[in-house]
Design a protein around this ligand. Structure first.
Ligand code: ADP
Ligand code: ADP
Length: 229
């Protein structure tokens, strides 16, 4: 079984089955890109992994051996699973640095000084060390998404989930966000990435998963999955 282990994952919205029994194991350090048509269940799949969505009884998701569904473990799973959304979801009334400091302060009780130091290291790592005192509104979309990545990294997650992280960006900003993600992949972060960026998937993914109608219909190394006529 994998570091992230998913067994028979089913999810329905009313009578509509969005996920029809997904089995997936992701190893530590592995980068998995999830592709497939709109509405195929990609977003639902990764939202189930940190329990942003509930899922059907009989389904099982474990992260580092810890079941995602059980009440008490949920907080621990969320501390271990970082998530980056299509929309950046930054707090507009907090500076960039404060956005990154928030979770460690609230969840871990990290001191203000330590959280600020850590935030500045992370902001430098995503290439926006000089923007720390600004408010999110004063940053470009690409910069805001890099703040969102830094904020997720601040909890030192074991797994990073990305849900179409570049889809709401102007084209000229896509590259800077993908570059940050490429660096994370190189440093051994376990990543599950829903994306339409086939170039990124081809270059960075260890494995590509193709979903259709709530099922994984194909998976393998990018060269195999992305080379179809
Ligand atoms: P993808 O990420 O591949 O575009 P989603 O996981 O967002 O697909 O959605 C899978 C299916 O579930 C779609 O048909 C979508 O319309 C449906 N769906 C998603 N969220 C809801 C919801 N909250 N209520 C009802 N149906 C939903
Ligand atoms: P429950 O259904 O158990 O009350 P939810 O799964 O609906 O909890 O989560 C409550 C809210 O917390 C969600 O709407 C979501 O915005 C937020 N949330 C929970 N976990 C995360 C996370 N890992 N990252 C970002 N936001 C989260």
């Amino acid at each position: 079984t994998g570091f992230v282990s998913i067994r028979n994952l089913r999810k329905s919205y009313g009578s509509f089955e969005a996920l029809k029994g997904i089995d997936l194991d992701v190893a530590k350090g592995e980068v998995v890109c999830v592709i497939g048509p709109s509405g195929s269940g990609k977003s639902t799949l990764i939202r189930c992994i940190n329990k942003l969505e509930s899922f059907s009884a009989g389904s099982e998701i474990r992260v580092d051996g810890i079941p995602v569904a059980s009440g008490r473990a949920l907080a621990r799973v969320r501390a271990e699973v970082g998530m980056v959304f299509q929309s950046f979801n930054l707090f507009p009334h907090l500076t960039v640095r404060e956005n990154v400091m928030l979770a460690p302060r609230r969840v871990r009780g990290t001191t203000r000084a330590d959280a600020a130091r850590q935030a500045d290291i992370l902001l430098a790592r995503v290439g926006i060390g000089n923007q720390a005192d600004k408010y999110p509104d004063h940053l470009s979309g690409g910069q805001q998404q890099r703040v969102a990545i830094a904020r997720a990294l601040a909890m030192e997650p074991q797994v990073m989930l990305f849900d179409e992280p570049t889809s709401s960006l102007d084209p000229e900003m896509v590259g800077e966000v993908l570059d940050v993600m490429r660096d994370l992949a190189r440093t051994g972060v376990t990543m599950i990435v829903v994306t339409h960026e086939m170039g990124f998937a081809a270059q960075v993914a260890d494995r590509v998963i193709f979903m259709d109608a709530g099922q994984i219909v194909e998976q393998g190394p990018p060269a195999q999955i992305l080379s179809h006529p």
